[in-house]
Design a protein around this ligand. Structure first.
Ligand code: UDP
Length: 325
């Protein structure tokens, strides 16, 4: 298939592009490079620089390339940032998605795979979380992704564009070539690994008074290769709707730090900070639907394996993508 990957220079987009190329698909990466990196784009893919906020950028890309499907990752992703500066999240995530849908209608592209999030559910009324839960987001980031899902559903109903919403839990880990490099970094595992690399003195734990086994937040950490695999499976004609993607195992912040200590051999000092706005106490996936309907079969469920892959990548790329690696 020919696939346009919007946001293909970012973390999940770069690994999905790599795996699409490995499978012999023709890939066009469309990315503004505002937060992504050209060095993260697989050289087998064609690269087009463009910004979804500019209608003409995406319209001309789709009219020129005429892909069979679009996989859409291009978005702002930091929950904490979204609670301080909400409007750019609506402008970029929602406005950009509207421009994408319009351009898909105009160019006749009939398949969309959208990078959504468990943050669209808010605090769930039961655990693990399946797709029948009500979507009641509690952060601007989650709300922006939820609004996109709605817009896309109408695009599906009225224009016949088949839409898949992949709701990720916590993406982490790396392939040999591509890993997690946000600037500034805000995610737990890369921050902890920066302590082990000597780039930070300590890790801050955001709250230890949650109702969890050790008081710190529980998250479901899922390997980036397993996530990328789900996107490829979702390309199949006839697949549509929402799918939760996680391992079904939750780890607390303290447990993650402990695994990182074992993998890196570094003591990793930790200090308590107040809760971070927008955080839910626990988010763990029930991915039965993805397993039965997509045939998804995560291969790297063990947290130690996931952290080891991230640690290997960070050691091989100590400055992320700032060097030409
Ligand atoms: N977290 C933390 N210290 C940090 C970064 C994150 O304690 O420096 C916590 C955060 O509150 C959340 C978990 O680690 O409970 C995972 O956060 P992350 O930002 O990696 O992903 P999110 O769950 O927000 O998508």
């Amino acid at each position: 298939m020919k696939v346009l990957v919007a946001g293909g220079a970012g973390y999940i987009g770069s690994v999905t592009t790599e795996m699409l190329c490995d499978k012999g698909h023709e890939v066009v990466v469309f990315d503004s490079l505002e937060r992504g990196f050209q060095a993260a784009v697989d050289p087998r893919a064609k690269f087009m620089q463009g910004d979804l906020r500019y209608k003409e950028d995406i319209k001309s890309a789709l009219l020129a390339e005429r892909p069979d499907a679009v996989i859409h990752f291009a978005a702002y992703i930091e929950v904490g940032e979204s609670m301080k500066e909400p409007m750019p999240f609506f402008e970029n995530n929602v406005g950009g998605s509207m421009n994408l849908m319009n351009a898909m209608v105009e160019s006749g592209c009939k398949k969309l795979i959208f990078s959504s999030t468990c943050a669209t559910y808010g605090t769930p009324e039961r655990m693990p979380m399946d797709e029948t839960l009500p979507q009641l987001p509690e952060s601007v980031y989650g709300e922006s992704k939820y609004l996109c899902e709605h817009i896309f559903k109408w695009g599906e109903e009225i224009h016949g564009i088949e839409c898949v919403f992949l709701r990720y839990f916590n993406a982490c880990g790396a392939t040999e070539k591509y890993g997690e490099a946000h600037n500034p970094e805000s995610h737990l595992i890369p921050l902890v690994l920066q302590v082990a690399q000597g780039k930070r003195d300590k890790i801050f734990i955001f709250g230890d008074d949650y109702e969890t086994r050790d008081g710190t937040c529980v998250r479901d950490y899922i390997h980036i290769k397993d996530l990328a695999q789900a996107h490829i499976l979702a390309l199949k004609p006839g697949v549509r709707g929402g799918f939760n993607l996680g391992n079904g195992d939750g780890y607390t912040v303290k447990e993650v730090i402990e695994v990182c200590r074992k993998v890196t051999g570094h003591p990793i000092p930790a200090e308590l900070e107040p809760r971070r706005a927008g955080d839910c106490s626990a988010l763990v996936a029930d991915s039965t639907k993805a397993k039965t309907e997509l045939g998804w079969n995560p291969q790297f469920a063990d947290l130690k394996t996931i952290v080891q892959s991230a640690w290997n990548w960070h050691q091989a790329h100590p400055d992320g993508y700032t060097e030409s690696t």
